[in-house]
Design a binder for this molecule. Sequence first.
Ligand code: ATP
Length: 452
Amino acid sequence: MDHPIINKWDDIKNLLRYESDISIISYKTFLEKLEPVKVMGDLIVLEADDQMAKNVIEKKYYKSIQIAINEVMGKVYDIQFVLPNQSLDFDTKTNSNNNLIGFSNNNTSDQKNLNARYTFDTFVVGNNNKFAHAASLAVAEAPAEAYNPLFIYGGVGLGKTHLMHSIAHFILDDDSKANVLYVSSEKFTNELINSIRDDKNEEFRKKYRSIDVLLVDDIQFIAGKERTQEEFFHTFNTLYEAKKQIIICSDRPPKEIETLEERLRSRFEWGLIADIQAPDFETRVAILRKKAEIENLDLPDDVMQYVANNVKSNIRELEGAVNKILAYSRLLLPKEITKEMAEAALKDLISPQEDTKVTFKIILEIVSEHYNVTPADIISKKRPREIAYPRQIVMYLCRKLTDMSLPKVGEEIGRRDHTTVLHGYEKIKTELVTDMTLKNTIDILTKKITGK
Ligand SMILES: Nc1ncnc2c1ncn2[C@@H]1O[C@H](COP(=O)(O)OP(=O)(O)OP(=O)(O)O)[C@@H](O)[C@H]1O
């Protein structure tokens, strides 16, 4: 496996060993042999020594491990534990879209490319999402019979992906052999580009046209891409005519996706369109309560209300706020979470936003998340390609999207010599002329950064 966590695994283990409340005997008995075997988006798979250790770790140490990982990697991951005999078929391929780093499990790797936490059970239903939730459940219970296609739209971080994964899990729980495929439109586009490049168009078609349930996330990104739209149109028709279920997500309704071909737009409107709005205060508190329950956290009511009152429009940020409070509480004594502590932990998050201008920090965060490296890695001196490359992308995007001078970008990124920044910028610019996959990725990153 090729992922930054490998180099940092000893630091994580040291935190568990020396800085947590875990006794040295427990550490040696259960945790010492724990090793990362795969990282997939926000999910880390850890291999436990044996069944007994796995059971105990799952029950008692999940949170401590998650916090230690967060402290070292600067990101909260979900964790899944496996046993050595559950070994999977490894490769070192990076799937930039789903951040799949680690194993490919033959034909089922895409099916497994689902976040185990995103199920109907963990989804809180409120006024903002009850229609989309009901529609998703109906589709999950009767694929291709209830509504086809199902088109879900809503703003950033409001639960569209969570609902899509819930549908996929529900269908797979019912029939583990169902051919369910979840992809983002970025992955669809990149696979198409690669299949054309490698003369494997037939394989691509075969893969996408033999699916029982196709879930495509962020469809708005295919707008303006003629060849992708053409291919998706035929995929859609083939599946639809074969009575297979199609579920599509977007940040806006079909009629507002500019440069989307009319024939696709009308197809997206054939079935049911359901929207998700920002949650109201009560739903935000209910989501926090659910998170506390699932993760066994002791979050006092006044803390939940403080967070819900201040983080309003994005559930990912709501969760991020809780994770920040947890990380903060771990560093301080007493560890008991209070409203004062929450205020201190969230002061950067909650202080009035300067403006919506594109900043270095936004570029850094979005690029690191996309390439599954930490912001700290990007501004470090490390040189492996999986870090150096996203660093060059950050340099490129800073030049393209901000008015920062070369020396200023150099300063932010920890390079005194601004010619390094110029070199990074020029390199990506040159590659963009011939590399369509990179172009697609840059387009998507730009849209995420600028919100346009
Ligand atoms: N109703 C909900 N109940 C519980 N958790 C939720 C709910 N809605 C969203 N979340 C959580 O918020 C986070 C963001 O959700 P998700 O990734 O599904 O958003 P999204 O709409 O797909 O965002 P994007 O537009 O960025 O792709 C996830 O961790 C998800 O579990």
